[in-house]
Write a protein that binds this ligand. Structure first.
Ligand code: NAP
Length: 314
């Protein structure tokens, strides 16, 4: 059997990196495993203005996460890039198996795999992802320089990312299923002042279409049921459609092993799951506020509880 770590953290978003920082600082042998780039949701967030200590002007998700990564590694936390395919959480030693069969072992595991964007849910959606449909304004805004763009959703993410898109697109229209935004009032105030931002209320996207690239969609009025076809300007030949309608938890890997509610992991206030030695931190947990600051707090608590669990084993 290869090395048995004190702590394996699965996921390198704000929750996982903070768990790594605290576990490393507590001199626990710690490995953070991440399948893609560090940062999770904030890696694709253009501006972070409500994390304490973030730079007041222009703190992007990637710049904040780069500092978090450095800080976690400074305290000796090891890193692995791997996509975990199976996990055994029940024994005293937890086992994780990576995409090429690599095995990882630990006395405790902190699950911090976060959440991913909820699909828009319209007909033909999967055909046009990457061909007009996107879930990341930071990644794809530049492709729509001077084109028309539509944003689905009415929460913080939809409104903030729509404002970001106005820096690139000719016109940005928010399509929201109600006639009132869910986004924080301070975000709404900025949005209503933005002249390039327009609103299509009580509307959902039913179907998307196009010849290779997205150029047509059918939207439905949620009050009257009326269907309207929106087509790209002839000169443009395409438009962008961004989905920001909330998140789904990244927890399929743990299904059947751990106590969950609607796919989110249940924990107590100290991030204990129902399995001894297994903790959960961040957006994948049942909680009322999913923010960078609460994810980081969860990670710190989980690491400290992992330390206590290991001390009690002795
Ligand atoms: P959210 O707050 O859950 O909002 C989702 C939005 O999408 C809502 O307006 C919702 O409509 C709409 N929606 C949900 N399902 C839909 C469907 N099937 N079809 C059409 N519309 C649908 O999600 P979010 O904006 O992605 O934010 C996720 C979390 O990250 C939240 O906790 C948020 O506060 C946080 N966040 C914070 C910031 C910030 O603080 N600056 C920025 C980004 C994200 P209804 O309003 O009708 O339910």
């Amino acid at each position: 059997m290869s090395k048995i770590y004190d702590v394996i953290v699965l996921g390198a978003g704000p929750a996982g990196l903070t768990a790594g920082l605290y576990a490393g600082r507590a001199r626990l042998s710690t490995l953070i495993i991440e399948k893609g780039q560090d940062g999770g949701q904030i890696a694709i967030t253009n501006e972070i203005e409500n994390y304490p200590g973030a730079q007041l002007e222009g703190e992007s998700g990637p710049s904040l996460i780069a500092r978090m990564t450095k800080q976690a590694e400074k305290f000796g936390t090891e890193r692995a890039r791997d996509c975990i395919k199976s996990i055994e959480l029940s024994g005293d030693v937890k086992k994780l198996v990576g995409s090429k069969g690599e095995e990882y072992y630990a006395k405790t595991v902190i699950l911090a795999t976060g959440a991913f964007p909820r699909p828009i849910g319209c007909k033909n959606e999967s055909k046009f992802v990457g061909k007009g449909i996107s879930f990341c304004a930071t990644c794809d805004a530049a492709f729509f320089e001077d084109f028309e763009v539509y944003v689905v959703g009415g929460g913080d993410a939809a409104v903030e990312e729509a404002m970001y898109l106005t820096k690139f697109a000719r016109k940005v229209t928010i399509i929201h299923r109600r006639d009132e935004l869910r986004a924080a009032k301070s975000i709404q105030e900025k949005a209503f002042k933005n002249e390039k931002l327009h609103f299509m209320w009580n509307t959902v996207v039913e179907e998307v279409d196009g010849d290779e690239i997205l150029s047509k969609m059918i939207v439905k009025n949620t009050k009257t049921g009326e269907l309207t076809t929106i087509e790209a300007d002839e000169e443009d030949g395409m438009f962008g459609l961004f989905g920001f309608i909330g998140l789904l938890p990244n927890t399929a890997l743990y299904e059947g092993q751990i106590d969950m509610e609607n796919g989110y992991i249940r924990t107590d206030d100290d991030m204990h799951t129902n399995i001894p030695g297994v903790f959960a931190a961040g957006d994948l947990r049942v909680k009322s506020l999913r923010q960078v600051v609460t994810a980081a707090a969860d990670g710190a608590i989980a690491a400290m509880q992992a330390e206590k669990y290991i001390a009690d084993l002795k």
